[in-house]
Design a binder for this molecule. Sequence first.
Ligand code: TQI
Ligand code: ZN
Length: 274
Amino acid sequence: MTTPPNFSQIPLDDMLTSGGMSGEQIHDIQSYLRHYGYLQDRFGTLHDGEFDEATEKAVRLYQCCFGLPVSGVIDEATLCEMAKPRCGFVDILPAGSAFSTVSRWEKSNLTYKFNRFSSKLTEAETARDVASAFSLWAEQCDLRFAFAPDSDEVDMDIEFAVGEHGDESPFDGSSGVLAHAYFPPPNGGPLAGDTHFDDDENWTTSLGNNQGIDFLTVAAHEFGHAIGLAHSRQRGALMFPSYSGPQRFLAPDDIAGCQSLYGPPSATTSTDCA
Ligand code: TQI
Ligand code: ZN
């Protein structure tokens, strides 16, 4: 993701009193608006460095979102708002996609191992479902996951735990939070890529009895976070933030999300028919 221009470094007075903005200043404002989703191709044609109709519309939309007077011109209040530190996530997502992303692994081959197993699932069941959950992602984007039980340093540590378990986010007993995962470096800090499952949940690895929480579904959701996806606004996406029963597949929005980070599977490795 590109970094938006930092307006706190541009003297506001200059911009406002010099009798209009320079092409370069307009370009910077356009980049800022584009970065946060206010300027999109579907909203009209943009002339770079020119305060055209598309730019004016984007400015109105921005002002509206921030509760500023909607004038469509870059006034002092608007510039001051743009100069403030803010979250880097987009405000307005592109049409047709509802995913959002946080960070990505800078490599395609990732390793994982288990630090602590569940008291409710066998090791074999757990390992099998974890492998299936990883496959859902590996089949759709250029990532591969290898089980490395004997390695000291793996990318993704997986463990089951109850209550306080050594990170800043204790589990809460049955129901509520089911699990959590840490985003890829640098976002997750030392825990980046790791996934913790709340062992107070009634985990199940079998479909059909309509009981318990489907471990494979939750693992696949968490691994989505561990590869850099945030939640999706698309109902039906695996990354949608509520659990409504087993979902052992990716929805188109999940696929678009992982491919936006890693691209489609590379041709050389998808020959698993051998
Ligand atoms: N755990 C949350 C989750 O993974 C933790 C969390 C909340 C989180 N917001 C986050 C993690 C943003 C990363 C980024 O969503 S949870 C579901 C779902 C949970 C929820 O226990 O609430 C699943 C875990 F989507 F079904 F609601 C797994 Cl599948
Ligand atoms: Zn989640």
